[in-house]
Structure formats: C-alpha cells, structure tokens
Ligand binder design. Structure first.
Ligand code: GTP
Ligand code: MG
Length: 201
C-alpha cells in the first residue's frame, strides 16, 4: 500500500498549453462542481485543506497537480456543470480537459465522482461514456453518503449501478463520506493497486 501522507502542490494549468510533462503515473479526479471533490482529495491525503474546500461552487478553473510521495501525481480537474459559469469559461474548460486527455500521459486511474444523493447528471453520464469509450481505467466514488440513511444508501447505490449499467456493468463503485471517513481505506487501497499494477506494465 502506497503512502498518501506526503503530498505537495506542484502546479496548475488554465490552458492545455500550460500543461507540463510528467514521468509519474497519474490519478485523475473528475466530477461536477460542488460534488465534494476537494473534500475527497483532502481526506485521501490526510490533509485539512491542500485542495481547497469551497462554499461557492465552480471556483477552480484550473487543472491542479499534486505529487504524492514519489509514486504518482494526483490530478484535480475543474468541476463541471456549474450553471453560473460563462460560455467562454465552459469553452476554456473543455479545451483544457480535452487537451489533457489527448496528451501522451501515464493515465493510471480516473476517479469519477458522483453525488450519492442524486441520479448521475447528464454531464456525469457524458463523462462516464467518455471514460468508457477511451478505454481509460476508472472507478466511481459516491460522495456525501452520510447525508443518507441506511435504507436510502442501499436504494441509491442500486439506482446508480442501474443507471451506469447503460454504459458498463462492471464499474467499481465506492460509497464515501468525507465527514465520517467511510470508504477512505478502500479507495486508498484501490488507487494503490492501480498504481502498483501500472508500474509493472
Ligand atoms: P468545487 O471545487 O467548488 O467545484 O467543489 P468540490 O467538488 O471540490 O466540493 P467541496 O469538497 O468543496 O465540497 C462542497 C461542499 O460539500 C462543502 O460544503 C463540503 O463541506 C460538502 N461536502 C463534501 N463532501 C461531503 C461529505 O462527504 N459529507 C458531507 N456531509 N458534506 C460534504
Ligand atoms: Mg474543489
């Protein structure tokens, strides 16, 4: 199991031409704005505010890179789907994210994040289809588990599995709570496994 306790911010890119090359495998975090992406990253890395947690969604317009030990880069994509963002900003976001995925990089794993309380949005489904079609390895983390009771958790997990089964029926899903820490060990273990297997290839 990799050590997640040594992480440093190494840079940000707002346009694809600002992306820098890296030899390290990358674990990419993707999800709609306000889904709890920064909270998940902080929890995985045992940090209070390395990735900023915001009350106002849609603030992060850059791809942010963190180096975790000497093992991998954690890549934080800008959150999509925030209605108040201008069309110009949306275009820049698309250019940036498409440019990132078009590069020749070591994509070890994409962690696609979905709010456990709701159906996956059209944007979420679009992203999952993109991941499936690209053949990129990905898992789905379901955030804000603590906001549901036990019955609702079971129901939502089933509903989301059914919804995603339109695209693929063997995607791993991990319910997670940043508040309680549920799921954090399983997600760390899974990220570790993907990194370790990636290096072997
Ligand atoms: P942007 O970067 O602004 O798009 O948002 P984000 O996806 O990084 O979400 P962030 O981690 O900033 O969390 C958004 C809000 O949801 C904050 O108020 C968090 O405290 C809250 N939140 C995130 N994860 C959880 C969770 O697992 N449980 C609960 N109860 N609240 C959460
Ligand atoms: Mg964030």
């Amino acid at each position: 199991m990799l050590n997640f306790n040594q992480a440093d911010f190494i840079g940000a890119a707002g346009l694809s031409k600002q992306l820098f090359k890296s030899e390290l495998p990358e674990v990419v975090f993707s999800g709609r704005s306000n889904v709890g992406k920064s909270s998940l990253i902080n929890k995985l890395l045992n940090r209070k505010s390395l990735a900023r947690v915001s009350a106002t969604p849609g603030k992060t317009g850059t791809i942010n890179f963190f180096k975790v030990g000497n093992a991998f880069n954690l890549v934080d994509l800008p959150g999509y789907g925030y209605a108040k963002v201008s069309d110009k900003e949306k275009m820049r976001w698309a250019e940036l994210v498409e440019g990132y995925f078009a590069q020749d990089r070591k994509f070890a794993l994409v962690v696609q994040i979905v709010d456990m309380r709701h159906k996956a949005t059209a944007d979420d489904m679009h992203m999952i289809s993109f991941l499936e079609d690209s053949g990129l390895p990905y898992i789905i983390v379901l955030t804000k588990k603590d906001k549901l009771n036990k019955t609702e958790q079971t129901k939502q997990l089933e509903a989301l599995k059914l919804q995603v089964s339109e695209i693929s029926d063997d995607v791993e899903m991990f319910p997670f709570s940043a508040l309680k820490g549920d799921g954090v060990e399983e997600i760390r273990q899974t990220v570790s496994d993907y990194i370790e297997n990636f290096d072997v290839e």
